[in-house]
Design a protein around this ligand. Structure first.
Ligand SMILES: Cc1cc2nc3c(=O)[nH]c(=O)nc-3n(C[C@H](O)[C@H](O)[C@H](O)COP(=O)(O)OP(=O)(O)OC[C@H]3O[C@@H](n4cnc5c(N)ncnc54)[C@H](O)[C@@H]3O)c2cc1C
Length: 387
């Protein structure tokens, strides 16, 4: 692909830079992004920021104009994601809706569903969560046991979901549930439903992570009524819906933003290592060089994703490779921080670096574990036998 930006793309970038210069809150813009200790306050601030961005039409620029986007291409999408990250703008609080639910609705939703749900996703007026994982169905998602029993006018959903990020703030949940009878092909008989998180029968219990935040939750669903109009895609064919959600989760806009965010982390770490003399230690210098190389690899993978999308192809199984590279990069860089400003440097890790190191442990689990990504690469890219 041609890696140079067109005049229009350059103009879009300048327009965004001017807008950010005028609208970005003063505490953002440089250094490492600040974090609010109170998650609900951070979500509140995130909603206000996203509403402002959406008003200026800087959220989900690839979405068609009729659903609130700008109808632009993949290059513009990544350009905006990179620029927001470069300015250290607050992360989009409605990212599950924007990155996962919106593309899923575009691929599988009805016209009515797109018009109903996509505009409030953009403005963060309505937040979404992803009700996929269950206590006995994570990697092996097809073994999920949440049931959606067909009743007059819709379904009654009963089951237990877990690790549901931001469920306590969500208005809607994209839920996988079993509508069909048991079938030898476990992927059959699963349906995708939009569950109103404020409906009777929904219980949400926050779970505290090692970072100290309770970003994810256990969600109990007890005979929650879901109208038939909230079925996304065909009844019993929800596996196809889930597959497109997961491909977007693993490999499109997120790694672009992350490459820029980690550039900031690496620069900050390098400066710290120079300042405290840690860089003199060849082990530290090696660790930082390794981070630099892995970051470069992620950037190259991102360009590969961009080429695929520009050709009109789906991210497909390649998104598993991108996820693996991102995981290794973020964990390696976080380990380097331990050497530069943690116990390796004679002090203890605190603040942003402490949280970053702790959070990086989740990278090899969230969105599908590293072992599962390797299985997907082995089977679907390399064509190796399953056993
Ligand atoms: C920060 C974070 C946020 C999350 N947010 C959400 C969310 O919003 N919504 C949601 O639905 N889920 C969410 N998840 C859940 C996530 O998708 C699951 O944790 C993940 O799919 C793994 O499932 P599990 O935890 O049940 O582990 P298991 O599937 O039980 O796996 C346990 C271990 O066994 C290994 N293993 C399992 N099967 C195989 C195999 N076939 N071959 C080799 N090794 C295997 C795994 O790699 C892992 O090491 C989140 C997880 C995290 C960490």
């Amino acid at each position: 692909m041609d890696l140079d930006l067109t005049c229009e793309q350059e103009a879009l970038r300048s327009e965004l830079r001017d807008w950010l210069a005028a609208h970005l809150p003063a505490e953002y813009g440089s250094g490492l992004p600040p974090r609010l200790a109170d998650l609900s306050k951070a979500v509140e601030l995130g909603r206000r920021w996203q509403a402002k961005l959406a008003e200026a039409r800087w959220v989900a620029v690839t979405w068609p104009v009729e659903y609130g986007g700008r109808g632009l291409g993949a290059v513009e999408h990544f350009l905006v994601a990179e620029e927001l990250a470069r300015y250290r703008a607050p992360e989009l609080v409605g990212r599950i809706g924007i990155n996962l639910v919106g593309p899923t609705l575009l691929a599988h939703g009805s016209e009515e569903q797109r018009r109903r749900w996509m505009p409030p996703i953009l403005s963060a007026e309505e937040l979404w969560c992803q009700l996929f994982s269950e206590p006995d169905a994570g990697s092996d998602l097809a073994s999920l046991s949440t049931r959606a029993e067909e009743v007059e006018g819709g379904f009654l959903v009963t089951g237990r979901k877990v690790w549901t990020s931001y469920a306590q703030f969500a208005d809607w949940g994209l839920c996988l549930a079993r509508t069909g009878p048991g079938s030898p092909r476990r992927h059959d008989g699963i349906s995708a439903l939009a569950v109103d998180m404020h409906a009777a029968g929904v219980q949400i219990h926050p779970l505290v992570q090692i970072t100290g935040d309770a970003e994810f939750n256990e969600v109990i669903l007890e005979e929650v009524f879901v109208p038939a109009s909230n079925l996304i895609g065909t009844c019993g064919q929800g596996w196809a819906v889930a597959s497109s959600t997961l491909a977007h989760e693993r490999g499109t806009a997120f790694p672009f933003k992350e490459a820029v965010v980690h550039e900031g982390y690496l620069t900050s770490l390098y400066r710290q290592a120079q300042a405290n003399g840690a860089l003199e230690d060849p082990v530290v210098a090696d660790a930082l060089a390794q981070s630099y190389i892995e970051l470069g690899l992620l950037r190259l993978e991102n360009l590969r994703t961009l080429s695929r999308l520009e050709r009109g192809e789906d991210p497909g199984p390649d998104s598993s490779r991108v996820k693996l590279i991102w995981t290794s990069m973020t964990q390696q860089l976080s380990d380097a921080a331990l050497l530069v400003c943690g116990p390796g440097s004679g002090s203890s890790l605190s603040g942003t670096w402490q949280r970053q190191w702790l959070w990086s442990r989740a990278a090899s689990i969230a969105g599908g574990t590293s072992e599962i990504q390797r299985d997907i690469i082995a089977n679907r890219i390399l064509g190796l036998p399953r056993h």
